[in-house]
Design a protein around this ligand. Structure first.
Ligand code: HEM
Length: 195
């Protein structure tokens, strides 16, 4: 996956956009990788909603009384096979991508062989909630995705990223609570490409 992302970054770098900050939008693999990371490891483990004045009556017949706090366990919802399929727990950025064909691809994509993928809107799946949803969703989400993608693209251009084999990082999850559990991280190392 890393190699494919690097090759996408290099190809876009060879044919830069007029406005450099727009380059990341031509890197669907990189963006899909970021979305997939946010799906498996959302920074906020839960969302909350509360109707202060009125009871909420759902079509299913369930009524939530005014003042009750509804908690959405984001980490669980984003790993639920019902919403994401059998590979829900696997790291698979391709779930956010569609293949383009000669008929559907833009001239630029096909001419430069920039990528044979297009990024689907991750919010097409209502169970994608790293930035929340609805009228109170995160106002900074587009900005953050662009910043993270730009940062990663600049790093990948200069550095190769490797797993530090033998390092399992912290061996214990940071919490025993299944709602906020993060798996142990391995250490990564950056190796300059020109060395
Ligand atoms: C990785 C970075 C970030 C993550 C994961 C994140 C995630 C979230 C989440 C989960 C919510 C609650 C949404 C909901 O309840 O439906 C939220 C709300 C919000 N975020 Fe972010 N956020 C990030 C960065 C930012 C940045 C950079 C800004 C500002 C530039 C920002 C501004 C806001 C604001 C103003 C709200 C409240 C929106 C409202 O209540 O109407 N966030 N964010």
């Amino acid at each position: 996956m890393l190699l494919q992302v690097y090759s996408e970054i290099s190809m876009v770098g060879r044919n830069p956009s007029k406005y450099e900050h727009e380059d990341v939008y031509r890197m669907p693999l990189l963006l899909a990788t970021i979305y997939e990371s946010a799906r498996l490891l959302p920074s906020g483990p839960m969302l909350q909603r509360c109707s202060m004045k009125h009871d909420l009556r759902f079509a299913t017949g369930v009524t939530v009384p005014a003042g009750a706090v509804l908690v959405v366990p984001v980490q669980l919802v984003q790993k639920d096979a019902f919403n994401w399929g059998k590979d829900a727990s696997a790291f698979n950025p391709y779930r956010f991508l569609s293949n383009i064909t000669k008929e559907s691809g833009s001239e630029e994509q096909l001419d430069y062989g920039i990528s044979s993928f297009v990024l689907n809107d991750p919010c097409e799946n209502a169970a994608f909630l790293p930035f929340g949803s609805g009228t109170r969703a995160c106002v900074g989400q587009k900005y953050v995705i662009q910043v993270v993608a730009t940062l990663l693209a600049s790093l990948f251009k200069k550095y190769e990223i490797r797993l530090n084999t033998g390092s399992d990082g912290d061996s214990e999850p940071i919490s025993k609570n299944p709602l906020v559990q993060h798996n142990p991280n391995s250490q990564i190392i950056f190796v300059r490409r020109d060395q």
